[in-house]
Design a protein. Sequence first.
Length: 226
Amino acid sequence: MSTPLPLDGVRILAVEQYGAGPFGTMFLADQGAEVIKIENPNTGGDFAREVGPYFFTPDDSEFFHAYNRNKKSLSLDLSKPEGKAVFHDLVKDADAVASNLRGDVPEKLGFTYDALKETNPKIICAHLSAYGREGSRADWPGFDYLMQAEAGYFSLTGEPNTPPTRFGLSVVDQMTGLALAYALLAGLTGARATGIGRDMDVSLFDIAMSNTAYPSIWYLNEGHRQ
């Protein structure tokens, strides 16, 4: 008899697009979670479906598959009452809602714990945004290469005395996606122990900065520049 995967029986609703959020929920799906990807029918779904340059077929992006294996997908217009009603029905039997939206959007669309706790008091709402859901930049969009620049990665990459250089991979997106998965599982552990869910937040900027780690400590304490 085969051993069940560790997240068998866990249901996650993923309101996500492009890279960072999908990368994190993909790892949860790999471990057996039922990840239901909620896609906007008004935009053709996750815009990563159209990201090239390579496609298996004209409508089947290789980029999209790199971030979305083992998931289910549901087309749902969350801006309409009918769509929200379906979403709330799904929340009743879900363990978590994962999203990677601009910081001010989860509250507007009702993806926060306060908005969903009456439907499911154990629900975990895991949010990935550019700069967090609070503060002066909560409504700012953001993307990987911008975070690499802001957090100083450009100065750490490439050869000495050369122009600023970015990573070849979307490394901040992928690090923050993994942080989202970690935050969601930490919240889920607490909810199963207490019966009470919560919001969990990660941001591209915070993860980019925190992962500067020892170069930052060397700079702040020793004035060392790389």
